[in-house]
Design a protein. Sequence first.
Length: 254
Amino acid sequence: MKDLKFGKTFHDYNDGSDYSLSGLGVGGQVLSDKSWDNDRARACACDGEWTGVNCNMRMCPVGNDIMDVVPSPEVPQKQTITLFDANEINSNFVGQTFALQYTSQSNQTFATKPIVWDADNDVFASKIESALMELPYRAVDDVNVDVDQHSAGSAGVIIDIEFTGDIVEGQQHKLEVLAEKCSEGCTPLITGLANIRTWHATDISTVKITTSGSHNSFECGNRGKCNYVTGLCDCFDGFGKSVLFDFTFVTFPP
């Protein structure tokens, strides 16, 4: 297969030359940068609760393996959002509005209502908690939020979010910060964080998983097989299914 733009050829056979995988013989070239075709791959972006190469398979509930030995004390997953003002003046954010986007373990995406930036750490943390816990379908049933707006703007604003609820137990997708302006005809209606730093040699605004947590998110809790037609778990003998949270748990015969 030859790519005319790059003038390189890749085959999976050996032609005996020093460029045995290039297919070009002695004059062949190989790419040291393996990301040259990153923007050429195509794949389906499935709707929530659907998966597979062509999105024709229903997703099953996920949960922790009940037979896993969970270290004590149990800890929730923690994500840390670090935001920098381009001028390193954190008070520039006050009064502006932004939103957080949460993707559930079944790949359903929800955006929070607009969150108004407050100079008081506790008030600001409470606003973030409420916005996440008010998402539709109880997507997030409980979180703990801690905010530290450093007086030194060079340290940025640190927002720690712990997923402490039963529904959000296990590994979560990273939250996304919606910081671009979203005006008339757009939702959620936010001013955006106009002066947020998006590029810097060392410190940029990021979302990181800083504590992975004690629990996992296995398909059918590792105690059953997923029926990709119905999206329900066929549990192994001796195991049942929680109706409330779709977490697997062990049951014993009477």
